[in-house]
Write a protein that binds this ligand. Structure first.
Ligand SMILES: Cc1cc2nc3c(=O)[nH]c(=O)nc-3n(C[C@H](O)[C@H](O)[C@H](O)COP(=O)(O)OP(=O)(O)OC[C@H]3O[C@@H](n4cnc5c(N)ncnc54)[C@H](O)[C@@H]3O)c2cc1C
Length: 378
């Protein structure tokens, strides 16, 4: 759909056709709302939603009670059910969390405790014989199996969400960038949308800002009624991936112990069984996807991977792609939760802003959609 030159009245606008915006839009359209998704690119999911690991996370890393923990655990179940119903390729392959030194065992135990507190009760500590049986090439001093971790074809998932949205009567305006947002005096919002060099206006009753890396910019366009309310700022943190040009010997995902701001250089598999490694963490001030210092980075990756896979054929590591985490805390600060703000936070009725939807945002997307729908009802 193209946004027309004249003002339209549309009940609900969702800004952003990433996995989160699409999931919210589909949820609202299926509940009977008239929904339009506005996306600046020519198709869905070309930013963070297609530059990730495509892992369905179990929900074991995040602080108990946090939105990331709650929505990940709920979203995982919803995602497996959705994938089965709509034939989205998915594989519940499981993952091994590995401690590669005695000093990391306390961290492994802390993850096990956090998982239990988050309601993830299927983790299993393995003996070293069991590890060898499952993954003969992995070297570690202790390992825990997460059986509910899996992988999904992210593109097929988003295509299914788009189809659900369109089938429910929703619409998507591609090549349409939101460049202005203001609240109308009697309720609702006026959007300025730039498309093919023209700027048009659109009026909607309800607005959802699911613009990912663009969410803070959009959030700051609005004036808020609650004193002291501040839109979370963006602190982009790039992650680089290497692929393996040789055949990978793994059947499970292999994760080392995480750092505070990322999950460590892990092995994930795609739906064809090909292995990729990453993402690392590279804090930057812009949204440049360029691969930084590939040669030096290969050496760092190889060193980290060899801690759990000593026989890595280093020459087979190929620079693959990058993704940018939409972090809302600066380097060295404590990690932030997902921030999903409605009138209770900012005082503007019928507006929900989503900030800091980094991992596990793909896993959580269907649960985020239900959460946002509930916020709009209150
Ligand atoms: C390196 C990396 C690895 C990850 N791995 C995983 C994983 O394995 N499992 C997992 O669960 N999660 C993972 N994630 C997190 C997951 O990818 C994100 O949480 C999710 O993709 C966020 O989706 P989104 O829809 O919020 O954002 P996006 O996909 O960024 O979508 C936002 C959309 O808004 C559009 N937009 C922005 N500004 C405007 C504007 N002004 N006007 C119109 N449109 C606009 C953009 O073009 C974009 O299409 C990872 C993330 C990264 C970076």
């Amino acid at each position: 759909m193209a946004v027309s030159d004249t003002a339209n009245d549309i009940e609900t606008v969702v800004i952003g056709a990433g996995v989160v915006g699409l999931a919210i839009a589909a949820e609202l359209a299926e509940a009977g709302h008239a929904v339009l998704v506005v996306e600046r690119h020519g198709t869905f999911g070309t930013e963070t939603s297609s530059r990730n690991s495509e892992v369905i996370h179990a929900g074991i890393y995040y602080p108990p009670g946090s939105l990331r923990a709650k929505l990940c655990v709920e979203g995982k179940e919803r995602l497996y059910t959705f994938a089965e119903k709509y034939n989205v390729p998915v594989h519940r392959c499981g993952k091994l969390l590995v401690a590669t030194a005695e000093s990391e065992i306390a961290q492994l135990e802390a993850i096990e405790a956090k998982a239990a507190a988050n309601g993830v009760s299927d983790l299993k500590r393995l003996t070293l014989d069991e590890v060898r049986g499952l993954e003969p090439h992995v070297s570690c001093v202790a390992a825990t199996l997460s059986p509910s971790t899996g992988i999904i074809d992210g593109h097929a998932f988003m295509a299914a969400l788009e189809a659900r949205l369109l089938n429910a009567g929703g619409e998507i305006a591609y090549h349409s960038q939101v460049v202005g947002v203001s609240a109308e005096p009697d309720g609702g919002f006026r959007l300025e949308i730039s498309s093919a060099g023209d700027v048009s206006e659109l009026i909607c009753a309800r607005l959802i800002n699911a613009a990912g890396l663009g969410a803070s910019i959009i959030g700051r366009m609005l004036e808020y009624r609650k004193a002291g309310y501040a839109v979370p700022g963006l602190f982009p943190a790039k992650g680089h991936y290497f692929s393996l040009s040789a055949k990978a010997p793994f059947k499970h995902l292999i994760y080392p112990m995480p750092s505070p701001d990322a999950l460590g250089v892990h092995v994930t598999l795609d739906m064809s069984g090909a292995a990729r490694f990453g993402p690392d963490v590279y804090w930057q001030n812009d949204l440049d996807y360029g691969f930084v210092a590939a040669g030096a980075r290969r050496e760092t990756f190889a060193k980290e991977i060899k801690r759990y896979w000593p026989s890595l054929p280093e020459a087979a590591l190929m620079p693959a792609y990058t993704g940018i985490r939409p972090k809302i805390y600066s380097q060295g600060s404590p990690p932030a939760d997902f921030e999903i703000h409605a009138a209770a936070q900012h005082g503007v009725p019928d507006f929900v802003g989503l900030y800091g939807i980094e991992s596990p945002g793909l896993t959580s997307s269907l649960a985020i959609a239900v959460h946002v729908a509930r916020l709009l009802e209150t």
